[in-house]
Design a protein around this ligand. Structure first.
Ligand code: UD1
Ligand code: CA
Length: 450
């Protein structure tokens, strides 16, 4: 089979510099969703007709195996399909999809293709408000033609069965049908929909099929419709997660912009956002208002509310947050505790180590059973270069300590509170840098002069 995705339209009503088909749904361009669905049908050719936004669309989508046909100027959907024709295999049927109809499901398309056989098949739906769509004109039940809203008579406008735009066509016939299109209509466009009357005239059977759900065929013309489709998509994702056994505090308040794989008994509180590839192991719980991007979390770990985790690999039975920030390159072994207002970047932290309050751990290797006191800062940046800090096993670091990298703290060392460490601290000993505490006898507070 050939698939042609029409994606040359401008999308004026989006009021955006970003071409319509690149507007994101669940974090990915509308067109990428359509390409994914098309690919799942394993067609011989996927041809994208592009135009508005030009090379930018090609650059952003950039996937091997796609065929691109440029349509310039855009003279209508029939003219658009004609641009793809040279790239199609005439011996197999052609499925036409729209780049701005992202929720269409593969199962619906398969049954449409089956319906078509060697003829034409249209995906149609009945709408209470059919305004703006092409209407399906039947006579004694048989499809005769499609009339566009702007060309329709009042009686035709009253019809509720509409053309979704998705159709299957016999490719070998297309050349003749498309060459025969005329633009003598209200929009002075070459309508793809006019091939239906041509097929009927040529005695080619025209059938129709309906999608399992009407929302599959919704298109995006405005930001309001984009938001509506986003909600539908997220509701479907939430339903699939629950089907799989995930506990969602509220399926209406989760956003998955990528893939979220969950083990058994995972629970997710409200308003969490998952981006890229996220994997949550068995029994993981995620508190309210967390953002997880490209994160792996091993079994039994608890993520408290308000955490921001980006490109981190988190071990089993850890406790993260509330209000923790894990930045790219963070690896935590099992039973690590990262508490409130702690930021970790490009660091490896071994088993059972803790940084529970107000700390920055950057470019650091932390051993096991280490305790990092409140207010500890690794000073990893000298204004020009980044340097590493090594903290070996069983180290205790007192509060408000600065470790000026590059620096190493030996196994079992203790650093006194308030230390500014500029040289390596030997293992097994107390190292402290602190101004001596003095008390001035007889000192008086100044008093205000009268
Ligand atoms: C089209 C159908 C209409 C159907 C409706 C469903 C025609 C003539 N009409 O109308 O029957 O009910 O879709 O939404 O086909 N495009 C191009 N090049 C062009 C024109 C359009 O690539 O020159 C692409 C657009 O980017 C879009 C799709 O084709 O993805 C549909 O175009 P649009 O202008 O939205 O068609 P409608 O007038 O809504
Ligand atoms: Ca449209």
């Amino acid at each position: 089979m050939n698939v042609v995705i029409l994606a040359a339209g401008q999308g004026k009503r989006m009021h955006s510099d970003l071409p319509k088909v690149l507007q994101p749904l669940a974090g990915r361009p509308l067109l990428a969703h359509v390409i994914d669905t098309a690919s799942s049908l394993k067609p011989g050719v996927i041809c994208i007709v592009y135009g508005y936004g030009g090379e930018r669309v090609r650059e952003v989508i950039a996937r091997p195996g796609l065929v691109w046909a440029r349509q310039e100027p855009q003279l209508g959907t029939g003219h658009a399909l004609a641009q793809a024709l040279p790239y199609l295999n005439p011996r197999t049927p052609t499925l036409v999809l729209y780049g701005d109809v992202p929720l269409i499901r593969a199962a619906t398309l398969s049954s449409l293709c089956q319906k078509a056989g060697k003829g034409v098949a249209l995906l149609t739906v009945e709408l209470d408000d059919a305004h703006g769509y092409g209407r399906i004109i039947r006579s004694r039940g048989k499809i005769k033609r499609i009339v566009e809203e702007k060309d329709a008579t009042r009686a035709e406008r009253a019809l509720r069965e509409i053309n979704t735009g998705i159709m299957v066509l016999p490719t070998a016939r297309l050349k003749g049908w498309l060459a025969g299109l005329r633009n003598k209509n209200a929009q002075q466009e070459y309508y793809l929909t006019d091939v239906v009357a041509a097929a009927v005239a040529d005695m080619v059977p025209v059938s129709s099929a309906q999608p399992a759900a009407a929302w599959e065929t919704l298109g995006v013309n405005s930001k309001a419709q984009l938001a509506e489709l986003e909600r539908i998509f997220q509701r479907q994702t939430a339903a699939a997660l629950m089907q799989h056994g995930v506990t969602l505090a509220d399926p209406a308040r989760i956003d998955v912009r990528g893939s979220l794989a969950c083990g058994r008994d995972v629970s997710i509180d409200v308003n969490c956002v998952f981006e890229g590839e996220v994997v949550l192991g068995e029994g993981v719980s995620v508190g309210a208002h967390c953002v997880l991007k490209n994160v792996k979390v091993a079994a039994g770990t608890r993520i408290e509310p308000f955490c921001h985790l980006d490109q981190a690999d988190i071990g089993a039975r850890c406790r993260i947050g509330p209000y923790a920030r894990l930045r790219p390159g963070t690896t935590l072994a099992e039973e690590v505790h990262i508490g409130n207002f702690v930021e970790v970047k490009a660091s490896q932290i071994a088993a059972r180590s803790k940084a529970n309050h107000l700390a920055y751990v950057g470019d650091t290797t932390v051993g096991r059973d280490v305790n990092i006191g409140a207010g500890t800062i690794t000073c990893n940046y000298d204004g020009a270069n980044k340097h590493r800090t090594i903290i070996e096993d069983d180290v205790h670091i007192g509060s408000d300590t600065q470790l000026v990298a590059p620096v190493r703290v030996g196994k079992g060392a203790t650093l006194g509170a308030g230390t500014t460490l500029t040289k390596d601290a030997p293992g097994g000993a107390l190292t402290i840098s602190r101004a001596k505490q003095v008390t001035v006898p007889g000192w008086r507070r100044p008093v205000k002069k009268k």
